[in-house]
Design a protein around this ligand. Structure first.
Ligand code: IYR
Length: 230
């Protein structure tokens, strides 16, 4: 395989004051994001969803394989089928003993249950599929690398792009998610990872009053190495 041609890369440079201002503004904006479970049925133009997917697809990926497919759904009948199948799985998880008590206890403060009416309310559902391997023009399998990391990065950018444009979403993972491959007609090299209902919050939407971990709780600076073992 030949090397790509290389081109100059000169991203914008700012003075330090300007960097600080931009960093604070970006942090404050993203800190204002919340997962939403009560959506409005107000329509959202397809162009906005396209731009969120394009933004997601700027993520770095293993060997630049871009191992993701974002499937966007606005068809009410498909949304209805997704809701029905998701609720079937969630009912078994919540009430059929598939989620251990410790997990149910961890979710109790969020007030979730198996009902997922928002899957029909939202103007868009976007499902992120990871591509476990690629398929070339001749139908041959092509290896993909760091697929979990790559799709995670792309989904993070997707969430940030939506928030930046004034839309809300939820990283919803009805489990198991295999039903999505059938309803959305995806090939066997693709596996559903996250389902994103996308829209505006309902006018009376509420979110739990959560606290984010502090910088001290989530970071360690200049640590000392562990003593050698033995
Ligand atoms: N998928 C279920 C359960 C659930 C699991 C986790 I981890 C959450 O953070 C939230 C919910 C549901 O969507 O209700």
């Amino acid at each position: 395989m030949s090397r790509h041609p290389f081109i100059p890369y000169r991203p914008a440079r700012f003075g330090e004051d300007e960097m600080l201002r931009r960093a604070e503004a970006f942090y404050t904006e993203l800190d204002g994001r919340r997962s939403v479970r009560h959506f409005s049925d107000e329509p959202v133009p397809r162009r906005l969803i396209e731009l969120a997917i394009r933004t997601a697809s700027t993520a770095p990926s293993g060997a630049h394989k871009q191992p993701w497919t974002f499937v966007a759904v606005s068809d009410p009948e498909i949304k209805r089928r997704i809701r029905e199948a998701a609720e079937n799985e969630e009912r078994i998880s919540y009430e059929g003993g598939r989620m251990p008590q410790e997990w149910l206890d961890a979710l109790a403060p969020l007030g979730t249950d198996w009902h997922k009416p928002y899957l029909e309310t939202v103007p868009w559902i976007v499902v992120a599929f990871e591509q476990l391997y690629g398929i070339d023009e001749d139908g041959g399998k092509r290896k993909h690398y760091y697929v979990k990391e790559s799709i995670g990065l792309a989904c993070g950018l997707f969430v940030a792009a939506l928030h930046h444009m004034g839309l809300s979403t939820l990283t919803h993972t009805p489990s198991p998610m295999k039903f999505l491959s059938g309803i959305l007609g995806r090939p066997e090299n693709e596996k559903p990872v996250i389902l994103f209902p996308v829209g505006y919050p309902a006018p009376d939407a509420e979110v739990p009053d959560l606290r984010r971990k502090s910088l001290e709780e989530v970071s360690v600076w200049d640590p000392s190495p562990s003593p050698p073992e033995g």
